[in-house]
Each structure stands twice: as structure tokens, then as C-alpha cells.
Design a protein around this ligand. Structure first.
Ligand code: FES
Ligand code: FE2
Length: 420
């Protein structure tokens, strides 16, 4: 390695080279080697090249509806605050005071007319300008110490951020998501319930589990009452050749609900609407609506199937006629991942009158817990020195292959670009 590099930088370069070699010797449609799921150096590369460079879903417009309403999120080492400004825009800033660096907002949610650092009360406007800094002397120039901005975009009720200096183009994401999500009016919703769990598993194992339903029959008795185990649904062949799905798409399209399977050229995000099992319209124990008030006021269809979105690396989603369930994944360490689930209902739906919270949440609360258990057991087994990568099922695990292909291609491109 280059002798002028610091020991840390040289070590990182070795780590990157090592990863590149492993990416290149990977067999197609086969699980990753153990280090990808366990090693601190690999985790740091995941953070540096994916989590710190890509667009990440962090929350919903409805959570920061009014000026001063904010939510905070921790992306690896970066604390970030997302806030509605006075002009109605959504902005994101590094949640780190420009004085001595203190985190400004420790709360996950809140409302504040100004952002005041609790340490020495430096005070920032909702647009990030430093308004007040006590006793800093006559030469201190406040204009140089505004909060550092984070790229922030909102589409169809979903807020995305990117902590990179230069963010990837967001417009293709907007173009794809908007037509699918606008009819469901997610900006007219509220969070009926939110739950955060920590899974003792690498973030990629959590995704791999999400991208197949091979495990559903054996692990998800609640979910499979309504969710089809058909590998078409989790796979990436689309379902164009399945007549029942094609007929539903044609019907929903005619009702102004875009439905056809669509995946981005690089495989990072996919939108599609699929029918639930025959006669089922919602993720409840009896398959009927959990909320009497539809999600979108103008919606007349009782059965809009489930509108699915995944966007690597943070989110997968199910939007139904009566409610939506959204998921946000954030990595905490090589072997721990935080998963936040939110149940969205129409903003005027009233608990106890329009919905019962237990009925609304019980299927996915149980499913999350079951997935947490399988992912944790997966991690424990992968930690074993005898673990070796085996092929994914061609029939059942097409979605897993697609995720791992995206991950490997994406990383390899970025490793090579950085080395130039
Ligand atoms: S660190 Fe924020 S005011 Fe001092
Ligand atoms: Fe699952």
C-alpha cells in the first residue's frame, strides 16, 4: 500500500481491496460470504459507500406537517434533524451545533419555533440560519455558523435525505413513485401507531429476509391469512405473465391507480400493486379493513390490493385502501439493525370509532417479531466459522438474488470510482 497513507487509511484501503476481491469471486445467485455480515471493516464500507451516499427514507410529510415540527434520525455517525420551515418546505440539517458540536435536538419528534442548542443556547431559525449566539464578541460573524444542510426531498408523502456532499439525482425516484403514491394521499394521513425494534442481525440479512416469502408458511401464521406466499409477489419477474394479476392491474389502472410492476434500471427501487388473497383487502386477522375511514377521501375502491415499494437500503412499504404500513431500517452495528414501523391512517380517523389499534397493528406486530427472531437466528448461524454461502432458491428467492446483486454491483462501482 501507499506508504504515505495513515495506518487507518491504509487499513481501510486493504479492507476495500479485500471486499472487492470477495465481490468479484462471488458465485451468481449465491449468498454472501460471512465477513459481509459480521466484520466491522465491511460494515464501515457499507456505511461509507451506501448509507452515507444514497437517498434514505426517514419519515413522512404528515409527521412534520406544521412549521417547526421536526423529526430526528441517526444515520450511522450522523445525527440529522428534519424540519418543516416557515414557507412550508421540508428541510434537513446535521443535528450538530456549530458552536462546540452538541446535538441540538435529542427528541425523536417535536415542535419548536426555533432550534435552540441546549448546551449554550445558540439559536437557529428553521431555515438553519444562526440567529443568536450570546457573548461571542464583536468580531463574531453569525452568518458563517448556520446549521449544515442535508439534502432533503419529499415525494408522495415520503421524506428522503442524503448526507453525501453531492447527492444522486432524485428526479428519477420522484418520477417513478409519484404516480403510484399520490392517489393514496399519504400527506393527508397521521401515524396511528409507531414501533421501533432492534434486530440482532446485519442489515443485509434483514433485507434478504424481507425479499422472500419462502419463510412465510413456517413463520408467519398471521400474515399468510391475507398475504400471498406466491414467489411472484416478492420476486422481480413482475407477474406480467400471471393472468389474474394482469387482470387486476388493468382494472386498477382504469380506476386511476397505477399498478404495474416497475423497477429502476439499477434495481434500487421497485413499485407494484398486487392483490391480497381472494376476498382479503387488509392486513388484519380476518382480512377485512381495519379502518372504516379510507386512507384517501376520494378513493371509492374498497380493494386496492397492496401497493408495494422498496427502496434500498432503508424502506419497504405496504399501502392498502384503509391504511398503510411503512418500514424504516437503519444500521446500528455490523450485527444490529433498527427497524421502525409506522401505521398510517386518514388524518381524521379516530381511534375507538374508526379503528381499533390492536386490530390495526396485530398482524405486523407479530410478523415483525417473527422476522426479528428468524433474522437473529440467521445471524447466529452465519457467525459460525463453518458457515459457507449456498445457492438461493431459483423459484422462491429471486427477490433475494436481486437485492444481493444490487448490493454487490453498487458497492463494486463505488469502490472502483473511489479508487480512481
Ligand atoms: S454547543 Fe451548542 S451552544 Fe454550545
Ligand atoms: Fe418475514
Amino acid at each position: 500500500m501507499n506508504a504515505r497513507l495513515s495506518p487507518e487509511a491504509a487499513a481501510m484501503s486493504n479492507a476495500r481491496l479485500d471486499m472487492l476481491n470477495r465481490l468479484r469471486r462471488r458465485k451468481p445467485a449465491t449468498a454472501l460470504e460471512r465477513d459481509f455480515y459480521t466484520k466491522q471493516e465491511d460494515y464501515q464500507i457499507d456505511l461509507d459507500l451506501i448509507w452515507y451516499r444514497d437517498w434514505l427514507f426517514v419519515g413522512h410529510d404528515c409527521e412534520v406537517l406544521n412549521p417547526g415540527q421536526f423529526l430526528t434520525v441517526q444515520v450511522g455517525e450522523y445525527p440529522v434533524i428534519v424540519v418543516r420551515d416557515r414557507d412550508g418546505g421540508v428541510r434537513a440539517f446535521h443535528n450538530s451545533c456549530r458552536h462546540r458540536g452538541s446535538r441540538i435536538c435529542p427528541e425523536e419528534h417535536g415542535t419548536s419555533a426555533r432550534l435552540v442548542c441546549p448546551y449554550h443556547q445558540w439559536t437557529y431559525a428553521l431555515d438553519g440560519r444562526l440567529l443568536a449566539a450570546r457573548d461571542m464578541g464583536p468580531t463574531f460573524d453569525k452568518s458563517q455558523y448556520g446549521l449544515k444542510p442535508v439534502h432533503c426531498e419529499s415525494v408522495g408523502g415520503y421524506i428522503f435525505i442524503c448526507v453525501a456532499k453531492v447527492a444522486p439525482d432524485f428526479e428519477p425516484v420522484r418520477r417513478q413513485l409519484e404516480p403510484y403514491f399520490l392517489p393514496h394521499a399519504l400527506h393527508e394521513t397521521k401515524v396511528a401507531y409507531e414501533c421501533t425494534i432492534v434486530e440482532n442481525a446485519n442489515w443485509k440479512l434483514v433485507w434478504e429476509n424481507n425479499r422472500e416469502c419462502y419463510h412465510c408458511a413456517g413463520n408467519h401464521p398471521e400474515l399468510i391469512r391475507t398475504f400471498p406466499e406466491d414467489p411472484t409477489i416478492t420476486g422481480v419477474d413482475g407477474g406480467f405473465s400471471v393472468p389474474a394479476i394482469a387482470a387486476k392491474w388493468a382494472y386498477w389502472n382504469s380506476k386511476g391507480l397505477p399498478s404495474e410492476f416497475k423497477i429502476s434500471a439499477d434495481g434500487q427501487y421497485r413499485t407494484v400493486r398486487y392483490p391480497l388473497l381472494e376476498g382479503m383487502t387488509s392486513y388484519t386477522m380476518d382480512g377485512q379493513a381495519a379502518v372504516s375511514r379510507p386512507l384517501a377521501t376520494q378513493a371509492t375502491e374498497k380493494d386496492t390490493g397492496t401497493l408495494l415499494l422498496f427502496h434500498f437500503p432503508t424502506t419497504w412499504n405496504h399501502v392498502l385502501a384503509d391504511h398503510a404500513v411503512t418500514f424504516r431500517m437503519l444500521p446500528l452495528s455490523p450485527t444490529t439493525t433498527q427497524l421502525t414501523t409506522k401505521w398510517l391512517v386518514h388524518k381524521d380517523a379516530v381511534e375507538g370509532r374508526d379503528y381499533d389499534l390492536k386490530r390495526l397493528t396485530e398482524v405486523w406486530m407479530a410478523t415483525n417479531d417473527e422476522d426479528r427472531r428468524v433474522c437473529q437466528e440467521n445471524q447466529i448461524g452465519v457467525n459460525s466459522p463453518v458457515y459457507e454461502p449456498a445457492p438461493y432458491s431459483e423459484i422462491q428467492e429471486g427477490g433475494v438474488t436481486q437485492f444481493v446483486d444490487w448490493y454487490c454491483t453498487h458497492l463494486e462501482e463505488r469502490l472502483l470510482a473511489d479508487a480512481e
